[in-house]
Structure formats: structure tokens, C-alpha cells
Design a protein around this ligand. Sequence first.
Ligand code: SF4
Length: 697
Amino acid sequence: DSAAFDREVKTVCPYCGVGCQVSVKVKGERILYIDGAEGPANENRLCVKGRFGFDYIHHPHRLTKPLIRREGAPKEIDVDPANPFTHFREATWEEALDTAARGLAALRDAHGGRAVAGFGSAKCTNEEAYLFQRLIREGFGHNNVDHCTRLCHASSVAALMENVGSGAVTATFNEIEHADVAIVIGANPAENHPVAATYFKQFAKRGGKLIVADPRGQVLARHATHMLQFRPGTDVAMLNGIMAAIVQEGLYDAQYIAAFTENWEAMRAHLEATDIDEMSAICGIPAETLRAVARDFARGQAGMIFWGMGISQHIHGTDNSRCLIALALMCGHVGRPGTGLHPLRGQNNVQGASDAGLIPMVFPDYQSVADAAARARFAEIWGVENLDPQPGLTVTEILDAVHKGEIKGMYILGENPAMSDPDLTHAREALAKLEHLVVQDIFLTETARYADVVLPATAFYEKTGTVTNTNRQVQMGRPAVPPPGEAREDWWITTQIARRLGLDWHYSHPREVFAEMKRGMASLDNITWERLERESAVTYPSLSPDDPGQPIVFGDGFPRAEGRARFAPAKFAPPAEEPDADFPMVLTTGRQLEHWHTGAITRHASVLDALEPEATASLNPATLARLGIAPGDPVRLTTRRGSVVARARADAAVPPEMVFMPFAYVEAAANILTNPALDPWGKIPEFKFAAVRVEPA
Ligand code: SF4
């Protein structure tokens, strides 16, 4: 009913990395409903989260005033759900900001800057992410600042940076329109990137060969030419088998390899020595199927590879991505229409927050902190003498350093490590141990319950600022409604903290921050705030003030020495923790269509919470029968880290030896169970594989 709203605001969906543009219909100060808008990634389409998951904005538990922990209140996660604020008292902004900054400064002054670390957020704007990393680097003199990319695509980015020279996608997902073959591996886009999945289905409908590879079945399999349900944790074996078949049958693109790559001889030798039957036995996919997939992908005129957390969240996550990069390169499937490498980004702004420097090893635009020229560039922009050349600690390393007593204070903006980190008991103990914790968020998240000071921030529909989606599209976010109570935008809060730490910051609008970012980020060349206000989205790189941006990159070489991408052979290695007699099954965790990550937002969204109201553990019906568990019964899951109880769900897509749990539910937090073992390059935990015991509760 168009008469019901009094204004509509075009902005961006706050959930996944697809970055759908939305038209928010507002009456007074309330959002009535949301429609899809004509954005470059979504062309008016939306999924259930984008369309119906907005009323968290108006939830009565939104933080509306700064909070300070009551004297002596215990640091614990179990608070009264009806009144979660009992351990805190309300404060003025002045008192809360002074207390927050004074506590952090006291630790810095007593123990040195490294006693304080920061987690930023992929839920904030580019400008807010940029300010946060600047605050830690300038205000505390080191690089111990990270965000959820560490738990997401850190291993993909490590492999891409190493072998392609850039961590971003080489082509937008919409390029699948021009492909004739595509691989979707370790991703479940129908649940996690639903609007992107609509393009994949259309591709299959018009005859494109869609190869889906995932240990768990999924909706996209219905549209697939091949569904490879391989054994969990055996990605490298399966991909080596496919690539070995390409070499054996001489299907590789020798011309492309000669023109644009290096280290092919080592790669070919590695694959010639690979026994396809042995790889088949490890991954559980028949050798003939591996050969058929190899032929389909290599003979395609234009092929794309999409991947997600199923690839990245392993101790061999970087090796998994190295294989995917090699597969695309050997077939010449990069740099042309309908070709490309595309790690599907999770959060709505994980690409932008990473670009903006929320990473411990790099400044904005992935400029290494170890590079003297990069340090000099940002020292000049920020007006400081020196910047630390030592790469900082990552998310899980920071919490380990808290346990060791090396880090004593944290500033956490919009992240929820009390739900998102592996081995949550360890992570929560670290949060409780901090001498001073400042949390900035929109709800009293599980992490905020450990805070000394809680600063009420604005939700995305209340913000002004830019975000960058999985397609490298920088988009303008516009406020649809005012923030509730005294909640303030994150850029304002961070600026206030910085000033109280003695930094000479004078921003009065995010556009000033964006202008400063452009001074140090070549990726933003030709992209101005005014352009984004006018055009709503520009893809980087943009080659001129009129260029809407390049959907495909690296057609004429790569940003590496001599313009060549690199082959990096990888050998199969087993997961960190294999099933045994005590823990005989495999636990894998992930998201589901209706809930977003730790549930901080979607469990406050009434429609989404009604659709999926409780924690479930999905098992194959045959496994449930074997264990004497009926669907709907409580089931206990136990690993070497801990134990949780959830409701059993029968799901034939889950293989008999596996159990799947989403990680959005605090009452059965899946990450109590997960293994913190890290990939050595990306430092990403092995969320996708833990040995588990399942029994009736
Ligand atoms: Fe939002 Fe992603 Fe759904 Fe689009 S696909 S509406 S960005 S959650």
C-alpha cells in the first residue's frame, strides 16, 4: 500500500555480502516494509532476510543509552533474558566516553600500547572500519586490530594475495551470465547468498554446466550437472584429482599458462605424480566422475569458480584456495567475460572493512605494515611520526594473548567473539579476564555482557556511509530512520574515544573520512562521495570519473611481479582432529537462511525468529534411527571442548557420519564445540571439522 508510507529511502541490505540495494518504506520513525531496489548486484531481488528481517531496528532491547557495569557485578553470559541489563547502570555519554577512554589509556600508559587490542566490524561502514583501525594503530602504536574476516575468508585472501596479487574477486558473480561452466564449492548460496543463487539457477536453466561440490547436500544440487558430495576435509584431494585429470588428458590452456602464469612446471610435475584413483579413494568421489568434471570445466569456453566457508574454514583452507586458483589458471578461466575467481563474501561489508585496513598485517588497500613506503604514506596522512612495522595479532591470537596476561584491555566494535570464536569457553574466559572492556554495539550482545562500558551504536538503516559488497561494488548507505534514544553512529563514537586518547581528530561527517581514505587507497580512484550519492554504486577499479567500474579484472596480467599469476601446488593433509572411538562423527557448523551469524540481529527480527525459533542439530535420518533419536528429540553433542543440547532435525542432505549445527543460538552455542586449530597462513580456525559424539540428551 504505497499510501501507507510517507517516504522511501534507497540503501543497502545489512546482511550478506551480495549487497542488495533496498527501498525502505518509512512512516514517521518506523520502517513499514522493504522492497528490492535496482542495484547492480540484485536488480530488485531480495531474500527473506532482506525483505522481512528489519524490525530488529525497533526492538525494545535496543541499546538506547550508554551503560556502565555496576560495581561488583559478575562478568557472566547468563543474564535474565527478560531484563538483560541488570548488571549495568545508565550513564551520560560524557561519563561513558570518559570512563571508556580513561580505562584504555591507563592500561596503555601502565603497560604499553600492546596491552590494548581492538576488534572492528564488517557490519560497519567503510569509514567506520577505517577510523577504527586508525585509532588502534595511531592511539596504541601497534597493529593488534582485526575483525571477522579472520573467521571467514582469511585463508582465501592469503592464497589470492600470494598467487594472484589481489584479495578481491576477479569477476562479479553476475558474470555467470556469460559463462558456460561454473563450480560452486564449499558454499551454500541458496541459504547464505540467496540472491546470488538466483543468478546461478538461471545460468543452469539456460544450459550452463553447474558443478556443485559440498559434503552436505543443498538446494542448488537440483540444478547441477554434477553434485560432488565429497568426504568432509578432503577438498585438496578431490581438487588435485580433477586437476590431475586435466593434465593427463592434455586439457589445459598452454597458451594462457605461458602468457600469464609462473611455476607451471612445478604444478604439472606435482599433478603428474598425483594418482587419481588414490585421490578418489580419499575424497569418496569416483575417479570417472572426477575426470568428467575435469573435462566439463576445462573444455568450457568461459568458466567461473565460486567458494565459501566450506573451503576457507579448515586448517588447509589456504591450500584449498590455492587449488581453486590453480584450476582456474590452468584452464585460462580468468580475466575474460564469464570467467573468474569469486570467494563469496559473508558479511555485508567484509570486503570493505578489509579494504579499509581492519587487518593486523596490512594498512588500507592491503599495503603491508612491514613496507616502509606504506608506513610513511599513512604516517603522513595521519600526521604521526612512526607506525609499527610489526604485523599485529589475529582474532584468536589476541584472545590467547589475553589468557597470557599480555593483553589487558579491548575495544570491540560490532563483533561478538563470545559467540563467533572457536572453543567459546576459552574465548569467554578471555573476555571475563580483561581488566577493561569497551563494547560498542546495537544490542547487549553476549560479548557486551562482559563489558565495563557499553556504547549504544546505530544499526545500518540509521547510518550514513559506504559499504563494499562481494562484487567490489562500493555502495552508498543512507539513513532511513533516526537512531533510538541516545544511540549514535559508530564513526562519531570512535572519534570521541580517539579525542579522549589524545588524538587530534576533527571529523564532522563520514564524507570527510572517505576523502581521507582516498588519499591512501588507490582502489578508490575516480570514486567520490558525490558520485556515490548520485549513482549509489561504483565498482572498483573505476578507470575514469564516468566509468561505472570494471566487473572483470586481470585480463591483461596480474598485480604481481612481471604481471604473472602463480601456481602453488598443494598436497592433501587430514583435518586437525579426526573422528575416533570417543568422538566418532564429524561436526560441521554454518549459517542457515533465516539467521545471520551469531544471531545478534536476526534473533531480534520477529519474522526470522518465528521461522527458525530454536537451536537444531541436523542429522541423517539413518543416523538418528541408529542412535535411537526421533526428530524433535533433544540431542547432546560433545567434543573435546564442551557439550551442548539442541533439538534433533532429520535432514537427508547431511551425510550419515556428519552433524550440522548453525552457530546463531546462545542456548546451544555451536562454537563451544568447535576446534580452534588454525590454518598456518590465513590463521583461520577449523570451524568446518571437529570430531563429535552424538547421543540422546
Ligand atoms: Fe540481503 Fe544478502 Fe538477502 Fe540480498 S541476498 S537481501 S544482501 S541477505
